[in-house]
Design a protein around this ligand. Sequence first.
Ligand code: GLY
Length: 301
Amino acid sequence: MISLILHGGAWNIPNEIVGAHRNGVSLALEKGWKILERGGHALDAIEQTIRSMEDDPIFDAGKGSFLNELGEIELDASIMNGTSLKCGAIAAAQNIRNPISLARMVMEKSENVLLTGLGAVRFAKEHGMPVCRNDDLLVPRELKRWKELQQSKSFSPKDSFRADLPSDTVGAIAMDEKGNIAAGTSTGGTPNKHPGRVGDSPLIGCGTYADSQVGGVSCTGWGEGIIKVVLAKTVIDHMEMSGADGDAAALFGIERLKKKVDGYGGIIVLDKNGRPSVAFNTPRMARAYRTSEMNAPFVEV
Ligand code: GLY
């Protein structure tokens, strides 16, 4: 059994950009799937899947990310190997084209789990990863949004998960032919965020978790809410401690998010057998999955 599931954000995705989301998640699935089919490791599959969405400007990750209050792009990402429980993450890091690859570098080339801001960028340079300019990640759509938000005094980042503003955090979970499960998440965070603000995506147990004996989880949505209920690990614990299947655990997580902190978002899950599940309480969620038991991929927005 091999299996791959991914998401490209959960929000009220307008009709006119549904097609672009569908294409983005479809292409990302194809990239990761090829790696799994060739017998590649789950980590390689999710890294390439997430890089594909970071490079696609339709998503709030890598190129196309939201700007912070100062008009800068600060990126958060995490990755976890469910077999060794090794994990790596970066937060509030600028000038990084593919944050998920830097998170993996932190996991594999340091004794640390999370590097932030200038320290994360310094680590990238020390390990030969080229940095880019803020402008290389900036797209006209987000510059326009940022300018409009400067005029709007009443905007709260939480509004972005209820109204028509995007929350296109991306994430993926894979199980390879050896049964290794890996999960990762990457985001530009929330629109007009305070410089230095860190969401759930780079926090292990909040936006991402993987344990090959139980399953993997990646979350999207209102980061401050997701952190408060430690969403990814809550879903994993529900599977491990209560014996819930992936569908029930994903639903449990999303209901908990709403009930405890009035939060909105989406969750993807792979259980230890590679079975995919999804739950969300937003009007739409961009998602795709495939397992070796399916003849064709599932893609939906
Ligand atoms: N879930 C992404 C964020 O709040 O930063």
